[in-house]
Design a protein around this ligand. Structure first.
Ligand code: FAD
Length: 561
């Protein structure tokens, strides 16, 4: 298949010098959404990503498909309405990567929201977002709030608002959207950097790509080129000499992950911080994660770091809201940091800047998509592709379909929402027959959705092939699947973005990293040097994600909030 890492070089030699209708630069959720929309309308689309797919912001978010309740505070009613409705569509098209999650908004005396304003605010939210009946908000008494979240601070607690958000795996959402695009004819290649643009008569007609794995450089041509590079959009606009007018302002957001034994949270909570912001605490896969911070950022874009200040800030919000917990910095299991590509607004604080997206069209013809959310990716793609239809029609005289993605399942999403639970229970049995324990079986079904049957074939095959390999068939099976069906090229792709394990199952990474690297080295025929390089890359990512104990001696009882 065209999304096999094994086939990557072949694919590159096929597309070298080729002419596409659309080239999309950037393989985050924005680029993936555009690739899918464009392909389904009959366009020949190619997407290039300089790192791995979703390695930018799209694997580092709070992992919620949400209607954006916080935007109500900024009176962005249209945004709440649009994004809220989109939420339901994203869920229906991929029920395996998106799960409804009841969220509790505790209300305190003197807090951001009063009981009345929360009740009105959430009702307005239900109305604007078109929330379905079973998921509309309830208001909870103080007792009901504590029943659901006994760890919450009791002092000043008045009650709670209870409403539905959707949990996702941002990285898997991106990969499932891309897989669907590729299945329908798009080309997508990771580790392929757009180094420069090619012009003719002042108009952009192509890109020069550098394959970051082989160092090979080659041109590819297109009628329309879209800059969907998130935090890097201004870097690309600089290459196009079109960075003027509005520009990006990046803010960093950090999350901390704890084991459920140390932070036994059973209920997702969206709570006030002492400095007037709001933070999520979300239970997930035996862990609890908390985030996020929101601070201006202008350092390394590829590897934004979690600083001791970031950790202390979040720990202090935890101490304040869950005072009985006594969580220490040593309890942090892993962390991640992401960069929000926001559109600069003079004089505003990070949390006040709008999360709206915009489209900019340069004189050379480069189309740039700036801002935006995971949640609105499909709609945003629709708007952009609507814009390029007339541009393409002028050049090709062809007709293009209207948007096709509203009811199009993404890869793995060929299950109705109403059938999803039955699908899960039916398949747990099948996976346990392959010696997989029930919990892991359920995880796999939720991860791969309707593709789980394919994954089972990979696991069965791995059982036959394995012989002296140090990996159990289930891990070998999912590794193989991710190589052959999801273009997993390096160990970091597998452990961070295809499985999410570095963030949510750090011990699993430690346990399996060596045999996985050994297997991949053998499979790809890496030289000793290359193997060491990829090993080092994984070790560095582990180090960046897991806090360094020495740095943690800072006094956490000195809150600077
Ligand atoms: P990215 O995912 O960053 O993708 C851009 C890609 O372009 C990168 O992978 C990069 O490597 C690539 N690239 C750059 N230059 C080049 C080049 N020259 N050649 C080829 N490729 C290149 N949204 C939600 O809806 N829900 C949330 O819960 C949520 N939480 C968030 C929490 C945090 C902390 C942050 C930072 C954001 C959050 N967001 C959330 C917003 C959302 O994650 C982002 O808006 C979205 O992921 C941006 O996707 P993107 O594709 O535009 O950018």
């Amino acid at each position: 298949m065209n999304f096999s890492a094994k086939n990557r070089e072949n694919l590159i030699s096929k597309i070298e010098k080729d002419l596409f209708d659309v080239i999309i630069v950037g393989g985050g959720i924005t680029g993936a959404g555009i690739a899918l929309d464009a392909t389904t309308r009959g366009m020949k689309a190619a997407l290039f990503e300089m790192q791995d797919f979703s390695a930018g912001t799209s694997s580092r978010s709070t992992k919620l498909i949400h209607g954006g309740l916080r935007y109500l505070k900024q009176f962005e009613f249209k945004l709440v309405s649009e994004v809220g409705k989109e939420r339901a569509i994203v869920y229906e098209n991929g029920p395996h990567v998106t799960t409804p999650e009841w969220m509790l908004l505790p209300i305190y005396k003197g807090g951001t929201f009063g009981k009345f304003s929360t009740s009105i605010g959430l009702r307005l939210y239900d109305f604007l977002a078109g929330v379905k009946r079973g998921e509309r908000r309830h208001m909870l008494s103080m007792e009901e709030t504590l029943e659901r979240a006994p760890l919450l601070k009791k002092e000043g607690l008045l009650g709670g608002g209870y409403y539905v958000e959707y949990r996702t795996d941002d990285s898997r959402l991106t990969i499932e959207v891309l897989k669907k695009a590729v299945e329908l004819g798009a080309t997508a290649v990771n580790y392929s950097k757009v180094e420069s643009f090619i012009y003719e008569g002042g108009k952009i007609i192509g890109v020069n790509i550098k394959d970051m794995l082989s160092e090979k450089e080659y041109p590819v041509y297109a009628r329309v080129i879209i800059n969907a590079t998130g935090p890097w959009v201004d870097t690309l606009r600089e290459k196009d000499r079109s960075k003027s007018g509005k520009t990006l302002k990046l803010t960093k957001g950090v999350h901390l992950v704890f084991n459920q034994e140390t932070f036994p949270l059973k209920q997702a909570i969206y709570y006030d911080t002492q400095d007037g912001r709001m933070v999520f605490a979300i239970p997930r896969e035996g862990k609890t994660y908390v985030g996020t911070t929101d601070t201006f950022y202008d350092e390394d874009l590829i590897n934004p770091q979690v600083t001791p200040e970031d950790r202390i800030y979040l720990l202090n919000t935890i101490h304040n809201m869950f005072p009985s917990l006594k969580i220490e910095e040593q309890d942090i299991e892993s962390t991640w940091a992401g960069l929000r590509p926001l559109i600069h607004e003079e004089g505003k604080d990070p949390s006040e800047i709008s999360r709206k997206d915009e489209i900019w069209h340069s004189e050379s013809g480069l189309i740039t998509v700036a801002g935006g959310k995971l949640t609105g990716y499909r709609k945003m793609a629709e708007v952009i592709v609507d814009r390029i239809v007339p541009l393409l029609r002028n050049q090709t005289n062809k007709k293009y379909l209207s948007c096709q993605t509203k009811h199009l399942p993404i890869s793995g999403g060929d299950i109705k929402v109403s059938d999803f639970q039955t699908f899960v229970s039916d398949n747990i049995g099948k996976l346990t027959l392959l010696q997989i324990d029930e919990r892991f079986a359920e995880k796999l079904i939720r991860m791969y959705g309707s593709n789980v049957h394919k994954v089972m074939e990979f696991i069965k095959k791995a059982d036959g092939d394995r012989k002296s390999i140090q990996l159990p068939p289930v891990i070998l099976g999912i590794l193989h699947y991710s190589i052959e069906e999801e273009m997993t090229t390096k160990p970091v792709d597998f452990f961070i973005r295809r499985t999410g394990a570095l963030f949510f199952d750090y011990q699993w990474v430690i346990k399996w990293k060596k045999p996985v690297i050994d297997y991949m080295a053998n499979y790809y025929g890496w030289t000793g040097e290359k193997k060491k390089l990829f090993q080092k890359e994984l070790e560095e990512m582990i180090k960046a994600s897991v806090p360094d104990e020495k740095e943690m001696k800072i006094n956490i009882n000195n809150p600077k909030l």
